[in-house]
Design a protein around this ligand. Structure first.
Ligand SMILES: [Zn+2]
Length: 274
């Protein structure tokens, strides 16, 4: 699933390519991808509007329209947003936005867990429940070490599952939670409330650094993720633990192992991560 760095890469691409462009026509190929309102109304509301600022909140994209309305988009597990200068058929496309400059923006989604919401005002938090309950942005200014410490206080369960919980922190998923824990020497199943101060500090800095680094490399294409131009991200070769079971730890040469945490495949070094 695209996580913060991948969605941020797409957001930056949209800012460059479609900001200021008018949506001439909307073609819906699969109504299930339109969450609200009903698809005929969705089309009617969006056609003729100009795309303005593009924001990201967690793994969601929020495309502002010149009318003050917004279009919210989530890529789900396999969603792709592809920009092309000509009208071409994109595989598994579900919703296509034809722009006035003859370019098109296609929302393609093989497995169909992604979706689009038209929000008639700026109250997208009310319209999309996941946004209302979302935790802080890890790269936001208000996400300080103190804030992170406060959030962790009294939290039960496993640290890896907590990092992936969107109501705890926004935008982190299976890849970057594992990378940050590896870099911090913390075992994925540790109890959040029992982490030592110095471990919390390490985790905080590694989390931010790994997300920033991945953004600078335009994300990881471990599954189906590609950017707006259909090009894969460059961060995958730099992943330090994710999907490296059987390979040697880059730090201590111990063999990396795999286990399930909260039903998700999780990679860790049994020597470095305690
Ligand atoms: Zn190791």
């Amino acid at each position: 699933m695209p996580e913060l760095p991948e969605v941020e890469t797409i957001r930056r691409g949209l800012e460059q390519k479609v900001r200021g462009e008018k949506i001439k026509r909307v073609i819906i190929r699969n109504e299930r991808s339109v969450k609200t309102p009903p698809s005929s109304e969705f089309v009617q509301k969006i056609q003729g509007k100009v795309l303005c600022q593009i924001h990201r909140r967690g793994k969601y994209l929020i495309l502002g329209l010149d009318s003050g309305e917004s279009l919210v988009l989530h890529l789900g597990m396999t969603g792709r947003l592809i920009y092309s200068k000509t009208r071409e058929e994109i595989g598994y496309s579900r919703v296509v936005f034809l722009l006035e400059n003859n370019a098109q923006l296609s929302f393609a989604d093989v497995r169909g867990f992604g979706g689009l919401w038209f929000v008639p005002d700026e109250k997208f938090e009310e319209a999309v429940p996941a946004l209302a309950n979302m935790g802080p942005e890890p790269l936001g200014r208000s996400f300080t070490l103190e804030k992170f410490k406060q959030l962790l206080k009294g939290k039960k369960g496993k640290i890896k599952s907590l990092l992936m919980d969107q109501t705890f922190i926004a935008g982190i998923g299976n890849i970057y939670a594992q990378e940050a824990l590896f870099l911090s020497g913390i075992h994925p199943t540790r109890s959040p409330s029992l982490l030592l101060d110095q471990e919390i500090e390490r985790l905080y800095h590694n989390l931010l650094n790994v997300l920033k680094e991945a953004v600078s490399y335009r994300g990881s294409s471990v599954n189906t993720y590609v950017d707006l131009d259909g090009i894969e991200g460059n961060y995958e070769p730099r992943l330090r633990v994710y999907r490296r079971a059987g390979s040697n730890c880059l730090r201590c040469r111990q063999v990396i192992e795999r286990m399930e945490v909260g039903g998700r495949g999780t990679y860790f070094c049994p020597r470095c991560q305690k």
